[in-house]
Write a protein that binds this ligand. Structure first.
Ligand code: C5P
Length: 206
């Protein structure tokens, strides 16, 4: 069974995808991490993330970069969103994601275009959303716990800028697949959102 979990930043899709993977005993791929690694490598190369050529060069990042805790920062999120608009970058990362989705037994993948581009045949498709306020507050708490000094307003502005770029880009924009089930986690606690996702997956799995 392939489970596609898409949605905007801090909607809870990563938490939900990990929980679904544990529940159904499936391997999980956080595809945002791949784009974050490309963004980070581009910066390490002193490249320009808005240049398709520089961004493509950065797709050769070493696998060890995926373990870098810095990838989780807002800076890397912003860089990821910039490199991910380039067709060449999306192509370079496609095979790896597609192979992960097609492994025997299935998989859970979370990202922006899993249900639309990477695995349109996924048996279960979830599109996880939450209000900007709810998402900014969650991110703010995470940052505070990690000892990072950022303001709530700054986080909300970053989220909105990233959402706009992800939704309006020409290729693989952030959009729910026609057959995806919408899950709004704005007013849900973590465990409630996970339980709701498991119910949807059990109901929609063929
Ligand atoms: O999910 P996460 O916030 O880690 O993703 C970082 C950025 O990577 C997103 O804002 C988006 O621009 C890009 N991304 C993408 N396609 C995916 C996953 C992430 O374009 N499947």
């Amino acid at each position: 069974m392939i489970i596609a979990v898409d949605g905007p930043t801090a909607s809870g899709k990563g938490t939900i995808a990990r929980a679904l993977a544990a529940h159904f005993h499936l391997p999980h791929l956080d595809t945002g991490l791949l784009y974050r690694a490309v963004g980070r490598q581009c910066a390490l190369n002193h490249g320009n993330p808005d240049s398709a050529e520089d961004a493509l060069d950065a797709c050769d990042f070493p696998v060890s970069l995926l373990d870098d805790p810095d990838l989780r920062s807002e800076t890397c999120g912003g860089l990821a969103s910039r490199v991910s608009v380039h067709h060449a970058v999306r192509q370079a990362l496609y095979d790896r994601q597609r192979a992960f989705a097609l492994q025997p037994g299935g998989a859970v993948l979370d990202g922006r275009d899993i249900g639309t581009v990477i695995a349109p045949e996924a048996e279960v498709k979830l599109f996880v959303v939450a209000s900007v306020t709810a998402r900014a507050e969650r991110r703010f708490k995470e940052m505070q716990q990690a000892g990072r000094a950022v303001s709530l307003a700054e986080i909300a502005a970053d989220l909105e800028a990233r959402d706009l770029r992800d939704r309006t880009r020409a290729e693989a924009p952030l959009v729910a697949a026609a057959d995806a089930v919408l899950l709004d986690t704005s007013d849900m606690a973590r465990d409630e959102a996970i339980a709701a996702a498991i119910r949807i997956a059990e109901r929609t799995q063929r």
